[in-house]
Design a protein around this ligand. Structure first.
Ligand SMILES: Nc1ncnc2c1ncn2[C@@H]1O[C@H](COP(=O)(O)OP(=O)(O)OP(=O)(O)O)[C@@H](O)[C@H]1O
Ligand SMILES: C[C@@](O)(CCO)CC(=O)[O-]
Ligand SMILES: [Mg+2]
Length: 374
């Protein structure tokens, strides 16, 4: 690592269809966002490891020797394919002074960092003496994959600090991507970070955070969408906070309680993702209004399904009602329960209608918008 260190970044994501169902082996379609998380890695001083996470109000530092001793207390083997153990996480919580239920954003961020740092360094070398700062353009806990972008940046930086991956920058280059197999390793370790934060993630968010672009994800299989037409989507943040971990656990509980009722809903969400993919791949790259009625209907049906599996919220119902009053169709994106919604903007939607919808959304408290391209 040079004395100037390394700047790593990873994008957030929008899930078009398949959130929650993807945790249960169904397909999801997701696209990377222009909003990113950034990490600066610098050589540390005095055999210390420092982290600064302004987004969640964390500034902590530890002796490298103290972390090495802690690592020795975590008896299990560390591997990117092994789930973080409950006992391991309990030891880390006690060490960092984190409450047993560890649900606050700062606690989860520290826990994921400590786990990834100790696990990666145990596999590839010594606990590194580095300074790490992470900041983001993404809202935290709003359905745009902030946890995955954080975990992808940490995985890349820690693997780099432990010399498990190369420095992709060649002389004179300002930016670069790691080679494919190193990206796969980053993705696998980012998944471990997501496991600490989410409990039981599908892996779709860290896949988009690592690879970017538009992809279909199912049971660990990542496929780039063949052709992605330009889609204009309005992104609205309801500002209602929620936790992906809690929502994912709630859906699992519902499936266990009513398998015969819930499994067909998940199958139907899967079929929506398939149908949407077929439409997207049939659409010309340039905006073409005739495909939009089907895409809009798929949004509506999926939004109903997501309510059925228990991840809706009155703020999202309001978002859908307000946009519907302007002829626009919306659904939640990500884990739901608040967070962000997406609204499809067909090429024939008039700027006036879109502006009026935005104004009404602002009036009802959904104050943040941006247009994205898929
Ligand atoms: N920039 C960041 N710095 C530190 N921790 C972060 C950062 N961004 C996210 N996190 C961690 O991720 C948690 C949010 O993850 P969560 O999965 O609940 O929401 P999300 O990833 O934004 O939404 P979704 O999973 O629905 O896409 C935060 O509580 C925090 O622990
Ligand atoms: C709700 C969920 O499906 C998407 C969160 O962005 C969880 C996951 O896939 O890990
Ligand atoms: Mg997340």
């Amino acid at each position: 690592m040079s004395e100037h260190g390394l700047l790593v970044s990873a994008p957030g994501k929008v899930i078009l269809h398949g959130e929650h169902a993807v945790v249960h082996g169904k397909a999801a379609l997701a696209v990377a966002l222009g909003l990113r998380t950034f990490l600066r890695l610098r050589p540390g001083g005095g055999e210390r490891l420092r982290i600064h996470l302004p987004g969640v109000g964390v500034r902590r530092e530890w002796d490298v020797a103290e972390l090495s001793a802690l690592r020795g207390r975590l008896t299990a083997d560390f591997d990117e394919s092994k789930s973080p153990g409950v006992e391991q996480l309990d030891v880390l919580k006690e060490f960092a002074g984190i409450a047993a239920d560890a649900s606050a954003p700062d606690s989860l961020a520290i826990l994921a960092f400590l786990y990834m740092c100790l696990a990666i360094s145990a596999k590839y070398g010594d606990v590194p003496s580095v300074d790490i700062a992470v900041w983001s353009e993404l809202p935290t806990g709003a359905g745009l994959g902030s946890s995955a972008a954080y975990a992808v940046c940490l995985a890349a930086a820690l693997l780099h600090a432990c010399r498990a991956i190369s420095c992709p920058l060649k002389d004179g280059e300002a930016t670069a991507r790691w080679p494919e197999e190193e990206m796969s390793l980053i993705n696998s370790w980012a998944f471990q970070g997501e496991r600490v934060i989410h409990g039981n993630p599908s892996g779709v968010d860290n896949a988009v955070g690592t690879w970017g672009g538009a992809l279909r994800y199912q049971s660990g299989k990542i496929t780039s969408l063949k052709r992605v037409p330009t889609l204009r989507i309005l992104l609205t943040n309801t500002k209602v906070p929620r936790s992906t971990k809690v929502l994912v656990a709630g859906v699992k509980e519902k499936i266990l309680k009513f398998p015969a009722i819930m499994n067909p809903v998940l199958d139907s969400i899967d079929a929506i993702s398939q149908e949407c993919q077929s439409v997207l791949e049939a659409m010309p790259t340039n905006p073409s209004p005739e495909y939009y009625p089907v895409l809009e209907e798929l949004f509506d049906i999926n939004q109903h399904h997501l309510n059925v599996i228990g991840v809706g919220h009155p703020s999202l119902d309001r978002l859908c009602r307000v946009t519907a009053s302007h002829g626009l169709h919306s659904k939640l994106t990500g884990a739901g329960g608040g967070g962000c919604g997406i609204t499809l903007l067909p090429p024939d939607a008039t700027p006036l209608a879109v502006e009026a919808a935005k104004r009404d959304l602002c009036a009802c408290g959904c104050a943040e918008h941006c247009d994205i391209l898929g």
